[in-house]
Write a protein that binds this ligand. Structure first.
Ligand SMILES: *Cc1c(COP(=O)(O)O)cnc(C)c1O
Length: 386
């Protein structure tokens, strides 16, 4: 039986997997201790649970547990990486390279650093949403300290050539940070193979709870150091003070453990349904896919429906199908998506775009219903226009 509304906005957030919730519950009531209390069992139990979770979180990205710094989410991890590296490596240089289609947490951190004296290069993307590696190499200067390029884009799903970027950074002795919030849990991410020095990700994009995320900070080859942006009790090896969110951390760990087992299966299912949806909707006149269809997250498609305003489309569907025109973080603004504009789309096409984010719990019936609704609505629009 179809249950309404249908949720197709998994890039904004995912529901918590019931197995994740189950794992968290005892840590609100029975095992409520402060993980930093080392004089009694309440503290020891909390610390042990956080240790186990740290291992689970590290494992899904092939890191060591002591390379994981827990944060309140990917926004904080993005801030910590950029600001923390800028402060720590000030004597080495002040130049940061990033991309026009990054998440606002990265772009706004860069804007903040520019006011503090940073020099920032914003790389272009092509019509597929991908950077040009030659442009990246040419933008490197003697004072470049950091390359910050996201793994998979939250609006289009486009996956950047991460391994190649990692190699370039390593060759030139520059740190490489990636916001992998949309990639971790959906595709295999390996900080060693990909040559990543710092990496942000978040539990609530992978069936874990909101308000918990991590920054991976490489400990060897090279040892990366960052300046803390939150001072206090010296938690997380001094990189992020604050009492550990133990229930959140336990849930994050469980979410990672589940993704490790289920990632392949989730990816196969979502990509099959995504492709069905996309191919059916492409049959309708005036539709197109934005961004790479080859280098792409398995669950995402971003489509334009020319001659139709996407806000109008979304509103017509909003009772039954939850969709978005782009990033949840920028949906308060009336401007066309800056990500789609960077791909070279006109305002008009950008305004007629919708993002479909499928997930672990999306069913074929839901996709069939969605296809049918679009076919119905868009054919009536076409009739009106003709
Ligand atoms: C969701 C998202 C963020 C923000 O993560 P929070 O944990 O909600 O702060 C950052 N970057 C990308 C790419 C995202 O998709």
């Amino acid at each position: 039986m179809l249950q309404f509304p249908i949720y197709l906005d998994n890039n904004a957030t995912t529901p918590v997997d019931s197995r994740v919730l189950e794992s968290m519950l005892p840590f609100f009531t029975k095992y409520f201790g402060n993980a930093a209390s080392n004089s009694h069992t309440f503290g020891w139990q909390a610390a042990e649970a956080a240790d186990i979770a740290r291992e689970q979180v590290a494992q899904i990205v092939n890191a060591e547990p002591n390379e994981i710094v827990f944060t309140s989410g990917a926004t904080e991890a993005d801030n910590l990486a950029l600001k923390g590296v800028f402060e720590m490596y000030a004597s080495k240089g002040n130049h940061i390279i990033t991309v026009k289609t990054e998440h606002k947490a990265v772009l706004d951190s860069c804007k903040h650093l520019e006011k503090l004296g940073a020099e920032v290069t914003y790389l272009n993307v092509n019509c597929e949403g991908l950077i040009d590696l030659e442009e990246l190499e040419n933008s490197i200067k003697p004072n470049t300290i950091l390359i910050s390029i996201m793994y998979g884009n939250n609006e289009t799903g486009a996956i950047q050539p991460i391994k190649e970027i990692g190699n370039i950074a390593k060759d030139r002795g520059i740190l490489f940070f990636t916001d992998a919030t949309q990639a971790v849990g959906k595709i295999a991410v390996d900080v060693i193979k990909d040559g990543i020095d710092l990496m942000a990700f978040s539990a609530h994009k992978m069936y874990g709870p909101k308000g918990i995320g991590a920054l991976y900070v490489r400990r060897k080859n090279p040892r990366v150091r960052i300046t803390a942006q939150m001072d206090g009790g010296g938690h997380e090896k001094g990189m992020r003070s604050g009492t550990l969110n133990v229930p959140g951390i336990v849930g994050f760990g469980k979410a990672c453990e589940l993704c490790k087992v289920q990632m392949q299966q989730d990816a196969e299912k979502t990509s099959k349904l995504r492709n069905k949806l996309e191919n059916e909707l492409l049959q309708i006149d005036g539709t197109q896919v934005n961004g790479s269809r080859i280098y792409r997250l398995p669950n995402t498609t971003n489509m334009s429906f020319t001659n139709v305003d996407s806000t109008d489309l979304m509103m017509r569907f909003s009772k039954n199908i939850a969709l978005s025109s782009g990033s949840a973080c920028t949906s308060a603004t009336q401007n066309p998506s800056f990500v789609l504009k960077a791909l070279g789309l006109s305002d008009e096409i950008a305004f007629s775009s919708l993002r479909f984010g499928l997930g672990r719990f999306t069913t074929e019936e839901e996709i069939d219903y969605t296809i049918q609704q679009f076919q119905h609505l868009l054919s009536s629009v076409a009739d009106k226009n003709s």
